[in-house]
Write a protein that binds this ligand. Structure first.
Ligand code: ADP
Ligand code: MG
Length: 671
């Protein structure tokens, strides 16, 4: 089972994440724990018979975490921070004993959550440093330091929480677009029911302005749909009978009845939101390192603080003298900002991409994308539109060749098959004649062609290589550019259908925007067609006549040469290459995005998404490195000054808040 929790209390920084994970480590039946610090969310995978939600809630409560199993939005409450701030100011206005009392009030009042999690025995977190620091300052008779530390810690967290809510919003938007109710069409008439009660195969009515509640196929009527949420494409698309519609899109115009093909968690939008969420909480290599360091951090800092105090004691002979510097060390070392460095950047980047219909689906994708130096493109349907037009049929009996080809292609989803079927239907206007009916024993060879028995004869349709592989001598091809489809009957090549499709409009600019990365075209088509497209798009390298497994070999060859390779394909027969590349990018549209075996999907079908994805990933990596430096740099620089007694603990708390802010602000730049 997959259990999701919203952590409403107790989760502040990287070491809290460790503590959360530790609380569930070794619990029988818990197979995986993933925590998203930025969104304060956790997903816990449990095996059959594993712990229940109440079990887990109770266990987490003893570790100091309050969790709810629904997706509630935690609205940051500003009051504790404001009250603490007011109390801190008051300490400066009052005589010393009263100021001490007010400082104590700040710590146990608004500062109570920090106090509680800081004093938790067993697994000390960052809050322990703040509590120790505040207490040490208090003991040193410095009420201002205590109160200011508490107040600024709370203010820092408040602002972080606000910023976090903003970064996570884009991903959340995706899942929240499915409406709560749907209009079910029954024999007795229409009824409005909660979406959860719609079953597969039931019929749902859509009217203008409706958000589509389920995935489905149009049964009657026609729609104009705004798919921007899913694809980033703002122009409405038309959907007539038989066409798919996706949950989460919006009806701009028209009415229709659709048959549900996906509800709830099985809708494309839910699956994408789920995958994106997982990708956004993934820990990149660098974050795993940070986590390991954070686990050692608290004891190490406590030791340094102790050393500071002892040093001052030895130096001055006064046991009180070293308390304030020790307090400053404790507060300044708190690397709260460190825990924010990676998650805020990842969430901001993933959210920004999602708004453009670019979905990062696997945890490794963004990290891999940042390092890509070579981009390999599939040709048909990827660099080109895949909308083929027949230029010529070179045959003694073109009509017969087209008829046989169309008959076989009924069994294929390839763009060529679609074009050939359409061409035949256009010629054969009489619907009764349609496509030949007597077709059986359909076979298909990805990247080669297809075959079937038509009217009792063995027909093969495909490339010249495909013919040769089947022992048929291919006919001479017409001297035209474009793609050639041979049609053979009972071992004899009867003719060649020459087809062309156009490059995608944005292909030239997209390829140019990839510079200085190396760009390669890998296709199953013949050399002439490959070279023509490569030349027009400004691509230097074109590798032709590759079957799907050979595309994979080419990818492996490039990787073996030290390149880090992204493969961009339409996902129809490119699954091996998509999976074998460092980064597989599927280009698709609408509902088929979730089924692609890729690391990322360009749902809008816009090739500009490729450079956008790679560039955003690179910017994200840069921001993460900057964040880590911002977050840890000041601690390291300030620590010796704090130990030397040159930094007031209140100032240390201020610096801590500022560094958290800088980190969050830096991440927000990605949006
Ligand atoms: P690409 O690598 O450019 O996407 P494919 O691997 O899909 O191309 O196909 C390679 C070649 O195989 C095509 O150019 C065509 O000659 C042939 N072919 C593949 N599938 C079919 C089919 N269903 N009908 C006819 N020819 C096909
Ligand atoms: Mg293709």
């Amino acid at each position: 089972m997959d259990i999701r929790f919203q952590v409403t209390d107790g989760m502040h920084c990287a070491s809290c994440v460790r503590r959360f994970e530790q609380a569930l480590e070794g619990v029988p039946g818990v197979t995986d724990v993933q925590v998203d610090l930025a969104a304060r969310r956790a997903r816990i995978a449990t095996a059959d018979g594993g712990p229940s939600i109440p079990d887990l809630t109770a266990r987490l409560a003893t570790a100091g975490f309050t969790v709810t199993s629904e997706a509630v939005t935690v609205r940051a409450n500003p009051w504790p921070a404001l009250i603490a701030l007011a109390l801190a100011i008051v300490t400066f206005l009052l005589p010393h004993p009263l100021a001490l009392a007010v400082a104590a009030l700040a710590l146990i009042g608004p500062g109570f959550p920090i106090l509680r999690s800081g004093l938790r025995w067993g697994a000390p977190g960052m809050d322990a440093l703040i509590v120790l620091g505040g207490a040490a300052a208090f003991a040193a008779g410095e009420p201002h330091a205590t109160a200011v530390t508490v107040a600024l810690t709370l203010v820092g967290r408040l602002i972080e929480a606000r910023a976090r809510a903003a970064t996570g919003a884009a991903v959340e938007r995706l899942a929240s677009r499915i409406p709560a109710t749907a209009v079910r069409v029954t024999a007795a008439g229409d009824e409005t029911v909660p979406v959860a009660r719609i079953s597969l195969g039931e019929r749902v009515r859509l009217r203008p302005g409706d958000a589509v509640p389920v995935d489905g196929t149009v049964a009657e009527g026609a729609l104009s749909l705004d798919e921007a949420l899913l694809t980033g494409e703002s122009l409405p698309v038309e959907r007539a009978a038989g066409m798919p519609v996706a949950a989460g899109t919006r009806v701009v115009d028209g009415t229709a009845v659709i048959t549900a093909t996906g509800v709830g968690a099985t809708t494309a939008v839910a699956r994408i939101a789920d995958l994106v969420q997982r990708a956004a909480v993934a820990k990149p290599t660098v974050q795993r390192l940070v986590d390991r360091i954070a686990a050692w951090f608290v004891p190490a800092v406590a030791l340094i603080a102790l050393g500071t105090w002892a040093g001052w004691y030895v130096h001055s002979g006064d046991p009180w003298r070293g308390l304030l510097p020790a307090a400053a060390v404790l507060v300044i070392a708190c690397p709260c900002a460190l825990g924010l460095a990676t998650p805020t950047a990842l969430v901001a980047a993933v959210g920004r991409l999602a708004r453009h219909g670019i979905y990062v689906l696997t945890p490794r994708a963004l990290e891999a994308a940042a390092g890509i130096d070579t981009v390999a493109f599939d040709k048909t349907g990827t660099l080109t539109t895949g909308q083929f037009r027949i230029e010529r049929i070179a045959a003694e009996d073109p009509h017969r060749v087209l008829r046989l080809a169309a008959a076989v292609e009924q069994g294929s989803e390839h763009p060529l098959a679609l074009a050939i079927r359409c061409a035949w239907l256009e010629k054969e206007l009489a619907p009764s004649r349609g496509i030949v009916q007597d077709v059986s024993r359909f076979t298909h060879r990805a990247g080669g062609g297809a075959g079937a028995e038509v009217d009792g004869g063995a027909v093969l349709v495909g490339s010249a290589d495909f013919m040769r592989a089947n022992g048929i001598e291919p006919r001479e091809e017409p001297t035209l550019g474009g793609t050639m489809v041979h049609v053979a009957l009972n071992g004899t090549d009867l003719g060649v259908i020459a087809l062309t499709d156009a490059e995608r409009e944005e292909a030239v600019t997209a390829v140019a925007a990839l510079a200085p990365r190396r760009v390669v075209l890998i296709t199953g088509d013949r050399e002439v067609a490959a070279r023509a497209v490569a030349t027009r798009l400004g691509i230097d390298e074109a590798i032709a006549r590759c079957r799907p497994e050979q595309k994979l070999e080419q990818i492996q060859r490039l990787r073996a040469g030290g390149a880090r390779v992204a493969f961009v394909g339409d996902g129809i027969n490119d699954a091996p290459a998509l999976a074998g590349a460092d980064l597989g990018i599927a280009i698709g549209s609408g509902t088929d995005v979730a089924r692609a075996s890729a690391d990322a999907v360009l749902a809008g079908g816009d090739l500009g998404g490729v450079p956008r994805l790679l560039d955003t990933a690179r910017a994200c990596r840069r921001v993460i490195v900057q964040n880590l430096l911002l977050a840890s740099g000041y601690n390291l620089v300030a620590l010796p000054f704090a130990a030397a007694g040159l930094v007031h603990p209140g100032l240390a708390a201020g610096a801590m808040a500022v560094s958290s802010l800088l980190v969050v602000g830096n991440s927000l730049r990605l949006r």
